[in-house]
Ligand binder design. Structure first.
Ligand SMILES: CC(C)(COP(=O)(O)OP(=O)(O)OC[C@H]1O[C@@H](n2cnc3c(N)ncnc32)[C@H](O)[C@@H]1OP(=O)(O)O)[C@@H](O)C(=O)NCCC(=O)NCCS
Length: 447
């Protein structure tokens, strides 16, 4: 029996993965993992994937969330927690059980990681001090991070071992404090100069139906919000603070966004929210452009820029399917190289996902050409952004009119304000070069 070989999609995934892998080697990533993930069937896979990351040279730090397990242990010992807002006030009678619960959870990680043949160390890497009295409320054994012992952690990371930071910190005199694992994760990320912080949750967040989002927010067909910059994240917080009914999912999403924003203030540039109960999400998020979760980024992530010669193979690769459908005219690498200054590309995380060009036709008119957008990324406004960018460029060049020649995309250009025009209105030289065999329609936008 013969089997049809289809390399192309697989090859693209492998290329993406290699491109990311070479960038991530040697970088530090912090994983704050919510407790319910440890009880899900996805946990073993998650730990296996952590082992893969370590083996590929990524420095992994784990901060286990523990809240639900501490609640259960305290309940078991008839200890009722008091709260100040959403923060637990850890009493003297509770702290030994909190310590026990925190180490019990950390041990689950050790066990799972041992099964994946990767070494881990649970350690006293966080020094803490008491939160003291806040607004007249004594927070007792609830603490805050004072210092992260980076030297010890770095030595461990250098050996390819995963440090695990339980939600306990000790004062210089050895007094234990219960510290929020979110705070530990941010402090560790900041102290170690981590490139990424992962919020690994037990469920699918952030989704469009869970929170009100600004119009321009990008999401997948399944409603997963793909990316947010700090401005968009702040906008979501504003849009969702109008009160109304308490909604669990919404509150969780907002808490994660606030968490990410505090991580940005601590100098972390990328925060990823992924579902830890689902198999493969970490690898998918890290090694593919579309990812599997939501990325909040404080640095430059995507941009339109002029092209380098090294972009030309990628440009031709994006154009190829459109050339085969007779939507685009075939161009050679030499053609693109010759008009290099006219081209721009849309780059996401260093890889090219769309292109376009603006050719000066003289007589105050420019031609928008070679527009091609990667199909995997369709309907994310990428095509439109390239067009708007080139229109702005035409304006800056003092053009009066932008033309486009199209055989199949007229409706789309009309949506963007272009209107059909006749060949007689073209500058003379372009009129003479018009390809009558192709019979493209001519559209124009007056600036
Ligand atoms: C048209 C094109 C740029 C869209 O890319 P994109 O990155 O998906 O662009 P956007 O996200 O800005 O727009 C997508 C929207 O346009 C719509 N669209 C795509 N192609 C269309 C077409 N031919 N006619 C009408 N609408 C179209 C999509 O359905 C989508 O609608 P939605 O937002 O309601 O889901 C891309 O398909 C392409 O490269 N086409 C070839 C362009 C071309 O003709 N080049 C030669 C002349 S320069």
């Amino acid at each position: 029996m013969s089997v049809k070989e289809t390399f192309s999609p697989r090859i693209n995934v492998i290329r993406e993965a290699f491109a990311y892998q070479s960038r991530f080697t040697g970088s530090t990533m912090i994983f704050k993992i919510d407790f319910p993930v440890t009880t899900s069937s996805g946990f073993q896979y998650l730990m296996k994937d952590m082992a893969l990351l370590v083996n590929s040279g990524i420095r992994v730090v784990i901060v286990p969330g523990c809240k639900e397990w501490i609640d259960a242990v305290l309940l078991d010992h008839n200890i009722v927690s008091e709260y100040s807002g959403s923060e637990r006030i850890t009493s003297e009678s509770a702290i030994p059980f909190v310590e026990m619960a925190a180490f019990n959870v950390a041990t689950r990680y050790m066990t799972a990681l041992s099964a994946s043949r990767v070494d881990a160390v649970v350690g006293n890497f966080a020094r803490a001090r008491g939160r003291g009295v806040i607004n007249g409320v004594d927070m007792k054994y609830t603490g805050t991070v004072d210092k992260i012992f980076t030297q010890a952690m770095r030595r461990i990371l250098d050996m390819g071992v995963i440090p695990i930071l339980p939600c306990i910190g000790w004062s210089p005199t050895g007094k234990p404090y219960n510290v929020s694992s979110n705070e530990i994760a941010i402090a560790a990320a900041e102290a170690l100069g981590a490139s990424k912080l992962f919020i690994v949750t037990a469920g699918d967040y952030l989704k469009k139906d869970q929170i009100t989002i600004p119009e321009h927010t990008r999401y997948t067909t399944e409603g997963r919000i793909l990316r947010l910059n700090p401005r968009e994240a702040e906008e979501i917080l504003l849009l969702n603070t109008s009160g109304g009914e308490t909604n669990n999912d919404r509150e969780k999403c907002l808490a994660m966004i606030r968490f990410a924003l505090s991580a940005f203030s601590g100098g972390v540039e990328r925060v990823h929210i992924i579902n830890g109960c689902e198999e493969g999400t970490v690898l998918n998020e890290l090694f593919t452009n579309l990812g599997a979760g939501t990325m909040l980024y404080a640095d430059e992530h995507e941009a339109i820029r002029g092209i380098h010669s090294s972009d030309i193979p990628d440009i031709l690769h994006i154009m190829e399917p459109l050339v085969r459908q007779d939507i685009l005219v075939r161009r050679s690498a030499e053609d693109v190289q010759k008009n290099k200054d006219d081209y721009v590309v849309y780059v996401i995380d260093g890889s090219v996902h769309a292109c376009g060009a603006l050719h000066d036709l003289g007589d105050g008119q420019a031609e928008l050409a070679a527009l091609a957008s990667d199909k995997t990324y369709s309907s994310m406004n990428i095509g439109r952004r390239i067009v708007y960018y080139l229109i702005e460029k035409a304006r800056d060049m003092g053009m009066k009119r932008v033309l486009v020649f199209t055989t199949k995309t007229q409706d789309w250009f009309e949506l963007l304000g272009f209107r059909e025009t006749s060949i007689d209105t073209l500058p003379r030289q372009r009129r003479e070069n018009y390809n009558y065999k192709r019979m493209s329609k001519i559209f124009a936008l007056n600036l």
